[in-house]
Design a protein around this ligand. Structure first.
Ligand SMILES: C[S@@+](CC[C@H](N)C(=O)[O-])C[C@H]1O[C@@H](n2cnc3c(N)ncnc32)[C@H](O)[C@@H]1O
Length: 304
């Protein structure tokens, strides 16, 4: 029988795998960290709240798991200021080759973290088994009971395990930002990306292979205090609304920034991503105000 998980793993992380050989996401798809500095700004606001809730520890971590080219980690390092900047330790966790960036340390293993751990489009790149219904797989039975005869499904168990392990390594908060689905909206989403285009998922290392994240099972696996909200709402709650002001160059700069924020908050695009935030020894209510729960947007079926 074809071993989907092993083939998927070899295609991305084997010796000649897509990510293992150093393909950078920025060459193949547009993610929020690549839009501009605004996501990093918002995450620094969140990190400052985590820092305060932890009582301003001597070292504050920002850990970027599945860091790709390190764009987010580097932006966070560069934009940090004041007391937080002097105590900040930024770590990029990546299976592919590291990128030399000032102030960012690289590792291939999730370290322990006192601060904020972020997995930005990390979980969707973790290979899964694929089954065809009917299936007695325990994860499918629990989390995809609607799977019909002959229908295919990605088994989210490896993502759940990875997320639970990552969250357990944190004191502060852990945040997964990704596209996903819930039990009420499951569908088979396995697909490929190459050079900015969606392509058939061929397991030969020539393309990224991804599938939507089952947020509900990942949240349940990691447990504790968590919320799942939309990127659109979370960014607004962290101060990114994109008002345009001033005149001349100032107006132009604020208009360009407003355009980038609008892209990050577009409910049919990046704004439709889910933010799964776990408080780890910290109350989520101290980090974000109450927001509407995230709902998958059928229009944003494939958004990278
Ligand atoms: C879709 S890319 C996202 C890159 C970046 N976070 C962004 O949003 O632009 C996923 C990245 O996660 C990395 N990755 C997947 N599993 C990993 C793991 N267990 N540890 C570290 N990196 C991992 C891949 O190598 C790849 O670079």
């Amino acid at each position: 029988m074809f071993d989907w998980e092993a083939a998927w793993h070899a295609a991305l992380y084997g010796p000649t795998g897509f990510f293992a050989r150093g393909e950078k996401p920025s060459s193949h798809f547009r993610t929020s960290p690549l839009v501009g500095p605004e996501l990093a700004e918002a995450l620094l606001t969140l990190l400052a709240r985590v820092d305060a809730a932890l009582g301003f520890p001597p070292v504050v971590d920002f850990v970027d798991v599945g860091a790709g080219g390190g764009e987010l980690a580097f932006a966070v390092r560069s934009l940090a200021s004041g007391s937080l900047a002097s105590r900040l330790r930024v770590t990029a966790v990546e299976l592919g080759p590291p990128v030399e960036l000032p102030g960012v340390r690289w590792t291939s293993v999730v370290p322990s973290c006192v601060g904020l751990l972020v997995g930005h489009e990390w979980l969707d790149s973790i290979p899964c088994p694929v089954v065809t219904g009917p299936s007695s797989d325990p994860w499918i039975t629990r989390w995809w009971p609607s799977l019909g005869d002959g229908e295919q499904a990605e088994v989210g168990a490896p993502r759940d395990a990875a997320w639970a392990a990552a969250v357990s390594s944190v004191r502060g908060a852990a945040l997964a930002i990704d596209y996903g689905h819930l039990m009420s909206s499951r569908r088979f989403t396995l697909t490929g990306y190459r050079g900015g285009r969606q392509v058939p998922p061929v397991f030969d290392g020539s393309c990224d292979i991804t599938a939507h994240v089952a947020f509900d099972s990942a949240a349940d696996a990691a447990g504790g205090d968590w919320v799942l909200v939309s990127q659109r709402d979370a960014l607004a709650a962290l101060g990114l609304t994109g008002a345009v002001s001033g005149s001349g160059w100032e107006w132009l700069e604020s208009a360009a920034r407003a355009g980038r924020i609008a892209e990050l908050r577009d409910p049919h695009g990046l704004g439709g991503f889910g933010w799964l935030l776990h408080g780890c020894g910290v109350a989520v209510a101290d980090l974000l105000p109450a927001l509407p729960p995230w709902r998958p947007n059928p229009a944003s079926f494939s958004v990278t």
